[in-house]
Design a protein. Structure first.
Length: 106
C-alpha cells in the first residue's frame, strides 16, 4: 500500500524560475530518497501561478523522512532567497486500492 501526498501551491515571482526550482527539487528528491516512488508536477491550465504536484511514497515513514530531510529545506531556502512566495496546501493518505508494482489504474 503506497502513501500519496498531493500539494496545491500558489506561487508569486518569476514563474519560469520557480518552475525550474520545483523541477530541481523534484529530481533531487527522486535521487536522494529511496522511499519516494514518483513525483509528478504540473501547472494549472487556467492559472499559471498554481502548481500541482503529487508525491508517491512507499509508506508514511518514507514521507516523514522526506519532510525531515534536506531536500525540502533546500527548496524552500532557495525560494526565500530569491524572494518568491509559496503558499501550499497538502493532503496525504494511504492509497485505497493498490495494484501490483508497475501497473496503473485507468
Amino acid at each position: 500500500m503506497t502513501y500519496i501526498v498531493h500539494v496545491t501551491a500558489v506561487v508569486e515571482g518569476d514563474l519560469d524560475r520557480i518552475e525550474q526550482l520545483i523541477n530541481e527539487y523534484r529530481y533531487a528528491c527522486l535521487e536522494h530518497q529511496p522511499g519516494m516512488k514518483h513525483f509528478f508536477v504540473c501547472r494549472a491550465m487556467d492559472n499559471p501561478n498554481v502548481f500541482l504536484y503529487t508525491q508517491i511514497f512507499t509508506d508514511a515513514d518514507a514521507h516523514r523522512a522526506h519532510i525531515e530531510g534536506d531536500d525540502p529545506k533546500t527548496f524552500f531556502s532557495k525560494m526565500e532567497k530569491e524572494g518568491f512566495q509559496f503558499h501550499g496546501r497538502w493532503m496525504a493518505g494511504k492509497e485505497i486500492d493498490s495494484l501490483p508494482e508497475g501497473q496503473w489504474l485507468n
